[in-house]
Every structure is written in structure tokens, then in C-alpha cells.
Design a protein around this ligand. Structure first.
Ligand code: IMP
Length: 172
């Protein structure tokens, strides 16, 4: 069951204000192609994009790597982008970086399509040795290794619409 709130709605909103300012500064004079990784990043992406002054286009892709509360270690591209990213400033939106497998694969895949730049925005990054070398350009919060739900994050499709991030405790 839901154990406790880890990051409140208010803290998320305040951090998104800061991230939007960082992104506007980094992309001054450019246009961003925001790439949302379905489905978990949708809440983060829409709330953050509403705060940006930089012109932005949006596209989505979908990957599969998780079942229940553990990564399967496999990566499958379920739905590809509908846009050509060549020559564009691509900013990938991810909900949480866990092992880093998803983003490593996506950086490899999208990197072959000649974007002008390719950066990462993530709401959460778990503090784990497996993902320590993975550069997240715009990061909301660093968290512990626990499984979390809410604000887009699910457990088998449940809890995505919680307005805050909560820890899931399998023992309760
Ligand atoms: P990675 O490929 O191991 O970095 O895992 C990334 C994906 O696994 C995320 O986009 C999520 O969909 C899912 N995931 C990893 N940790 C959690 C979690 O704590 N709660 C919900 N989903 C998670």
C-alpha cells in the first residue's frame, strides 16, 4: 500500500518553476522538441512545458521495460516518434531514472538520427551505482532506491493520478 508522501504537490510545483527557468536559460533563442517517454512522463512534461517561455513542439514515444516493481532488463520500443528529429534540439522527458537502461537505449537510438542536441529532463533519479554515470541535464529530485508511485508513476497502471509522489511499501 501507499506508505507515505515522499514529495508533496507543493514541492513538485516549486521545483518545476526552477527547472523551467533553467531550461529557458539553456535554450534561449532556440526551439525545443520535447520527447515524452510514455506513459509515466506525461504529468511531468505537461506541467513543466506550461511554465516555459521557449517555443516547444511535443512528440511521444513508448518503451517497455518494467513489470510490477522490477525492471525486466529488456528494452522494447513499443511506439516510435512521429517527427523527424534531425537538426533539432531534442529534450527527452523521463519520469524516473532507475537502472538507467531506458535512457541509455534511448540516447543510443535517438543519437543516430542526427539531432542538433539531445538532452534529458527527469523528474526523479534514484541514487544507485547503476545509473551514476548517466547525465541528467535537468533533474527534479534525487531519491532513494524505494519503489515510488504517483505524479505519473504507476504500479501496474495504478496510482498515476496521485498529485504527489509516494513510497510504495510491499509489506503493508
Ligand atoms: P530504468 O530503465 O531502469 O531506468 O527504468 C525506467 C522506467 O522504469 C521508468 O520510466 C518507469 O517507467 C519504471 N520505474 C522505475 N522505477 C520506478 C518506480 O519506482 N516506480 C514506478 N516506475 C518505475
Amino acid at each position: 500500500m501507499i506508505d507515505r508522501t515522499l514529495i508533496s504537490e507543493e514541492r513538485i510545483a516549486a521545483r518545476l518553476d526552477e527547472l523551467a527557468r533553467e531550461i529557458d536559460t539553456a535554450y534561449a533563442g532556440r526551439e525545443i522538441l520535447a520527447v515524452g517517454v510514455l506513459k509515466g512522463s506525461v504529468f511531468f512534461l505537461t506541467d513543466l512545458l506550461k511554465r516555459l517561455s521557449t517555443p516547444v513542439a511535443v512528440d511521444f514515444l513508448q518503451v517497455r521495460s518494467y513489470a510490477g516493481t522490477s525492471s525486466t532488463g529488456n528494452f522494447e520500443l513499443v511506439r516510435d516518434l512521429s517527427s523527424d528529429i534531425a537538426g533539432r534540439d531534442v529534450l527527452i522527458f523521463e519520469d524516473v531514472v532507475d537502472t538507467g537502461l531506458t535512457l541509455r537505449k534511448l540516447l543510443g537510438l535517438l543519437g543516430t538520427r542526427q539531432p542538433r542536441s539531445l538532452k534529458i529532463a527527469a523528474l526523479l533519479k534514484k541514487d544507485l551505482p547503476e545509473n551514476a554515470d548517466l547525465p541528467v541535464d535537468f533533474l527534479g529530485f534525487t531519491i532513494g532506491p524505494e519503489f515510488v508511485v504517483g505524479y505519473g508513476l504507476d504500479l501496474d497502471e495504478k496510482y498515476r493520478n496521485l498529485p504527489f509522489v509516494a513510497i510504495w511499501d510491499p509489506t503493508r
